[in-house]
Write a protein that binds this ligand. Structure first.
Ligand SMILES: Nc1nc2c(c(=O)[nH]1)N[C@H]1C(S)=C(S)[C@@H](COP(=O)(O)O)O[C@H]1N2
Ligand SMILES: [Mo]
Length: 315
C-alpha cells in the first residue's frame, strides 16, 4: 500500500465487547460438544484451531493470550481505497454507500452458475464465528472475531468443473457511492484471486459480520473475503462476483505494483516488502512491536499448500 506516515491510531480504552467475550466462552463449550460428536464433522480441525485463538490452553505453541482488537478500532482504522486512502476515510465516507439490496454472481467454470440475492446466497450455509489474527502488508495487525460462511461451501454448491484452478473476486463498481472510484488510484473495480485449493481451505471464509453484528460498510459490507494467513489486501471487500477460471486472475494491487504485491501474498516475515521489513508488526492498540509469524501463525494448517514452491519468488 502507499505508506505516507507511520501507522497511528487513537486507541479506545473502552471495551464494549466485554459482553461479546462472555458469549464466546459459551460458544466454545458448544464447539467442544460438537467436536465430541454431537453433530458430526461440520467443525474440522481448522475450525477448532480458529476457535482456540484466544485460548491459552491451545497446543501449537500459542501460549500467549491474544486480546480481541476493540470494535471501535476494527471499524475506524481501515483500508478501503474506494472511500479514500487515509485510515479514517472509510468510516467517515462510507455512510452514503447502500449495501442492500445486493446481488452476487457466481460464474465461470461451474456447473451451476447463478445470480443470487444476498439472503439466498447466505441462507443455505451455516454462519460461523471465526476469530482470526489479521496482518496488513503495512505491518499492523488486529485480532477480529468474524462471522461468515466457509468459501468452500459456496464453491461446492456451484460445482466447479474439473478444469477450474483459480477463483477471481470482484468488488462492486459504483463511483456515485464510492467516491474513491472517481480517481485512478487503482484499476477499478478492485479485484482479487485465490488458487482453488486456497479458496477451498477451511480457514477461508466469506464474512458477513464481525463481533456478532452485521458488517459495517467500512469493513466491506455486505460480503467480503477473509484469508487469515495472507496479507490483508487479499481480503477483498463488497464482493459482487465470484468467477471460477483456469488462469491466474489479475489482482488490483499486483497490477498497481507487481514487484511489491505478489499474487500469493502469504504473510512471510522472511520476505521483506521492497520498501520495508515484514519481520515485525504493531498490533493496533499496542505500542510494542511483535514478531510476525510465518503464514501469520497458521503454518500448521496451510504450509502444505505451498510445499515445493519458492516463496521468495512466488511472494
Ligand atoms: N475493495 C477493496 N477491498 C479491500 C481493500 C480496498 O482498498 N478495497 N483494502 C484491503 C486491505 S489493504 C486491507 S488491510 C483490508 C482491511 O480490512 P478491514 O478494514 O476490514 O480491517 O481490506 C482489504 N480489502
Ligand atoms: Mo492492508
Amino acid at each position: 500500500m502507499l505508506i505516507r506516515r507511520p501507522p497511528d491510531v487513537a486507541t479506545s480504552e473502552i471495551t464494549p465487547e466485554g459482553v461479546y467475550i462472555r458469549r464466546r466462552s459459551f460458544l466454545r463449550i458448544t464447539g467442544a460438544a460438537l467436536l465430541a460428536g454431537a453433530i458430526g464433522p461440520a467443525l474440522g480441525p481448522a475450525a477448532c484451531a480458529a476457535e482456540d485463538l484466544n485460548d491459552d490452553r491451545s497446543a501449537g505453541g500459542e501460549v500467549e493470550q491474544e486480546k480481541l482488537t476493540p470494535f471501535e478500532d476494527v471499524t475506524t482504522y481501515n483500508n478501503f481505497y474506494e472511500f479514500g486512502t487515509d485510515k479514517s476515510d472509510p468510516s467517515e465516507m462510507a455512510g452514503s454507500f447502500k449495501p442492500l439490496p445486493w446481488t452476487v454472481r457466481v460464474d465461470g467454470m461451474v456447473g451451476k452458475p447463478g445470480d443470487y440475492a444476498l439472503e439466498d446466497f447466505i441462507k443455505p450455509h451455516r454462519v460461523e464465528e471465526r476469530t482470526y489474527r489479521m496482518r496488513c502488508v503495512e505491518a499492523w495487525s488486529m485480532v477480529i472475531p468474524w462471522n461468515g460462511i466457509p468459501l468452500r461451501d459456496v464453491l461446492r454448491r456451484a460445482e466447479p468443473t474439473s478444469a477450474a484452478r483459480y477463483v477471481a473476486f470482484t468488488t462492486i463498481m459504483r463511483p456515485s457511492e464510492l467516491p474513491g472510484q472517481r480517481r485512478p488510484v487503482l484499476d477499478w473495480p478492485y479485484t482479487e484471486g485465490l488458487r482453488l485449493d486456497e479458496a477451498m481451505h477451511p480457514l477461508t471464509i466469506l464474512a458477513t459480520g464481525l463481533y456478532g453484528k452485521t458488517l459495517l460498510n467500512q469493513n466491506g459490507a455486505p460480503l467480503r473475503l477473509v484469508v487469515p494467513w495472507k496479507y490483508g489486501f487479499k481480503g477483498i471487500k463488497s464482493i459482487v462476483r465470484i468467477t471460477l477460471t483456469d488462469r491466474q486472475p489479475a489482482t488490483a494491487w499486483n497490477k498497481a505494483a507487481p514487484n511489491e504485491y505478489g499474487f500469493y501474498a502469504n504473510v512471510n516475515p522472511a520476505v521483506d516488502h521492497p520498501r520495508w521489513s515484514q519481520a515485525k508488526e504493531r498490533r493496533i492498540g499496542e505500542f510494542r512491536r511483535r514478531d510476525t509469524l510465518v503464514f501469520n501463525g497458521y503454518a500448521e494448517q496451510v504450509a502444505s499448500l505451498y510445499s515445493g514452491m519458492d516463496l521468495r519468488k512466488l511472494f
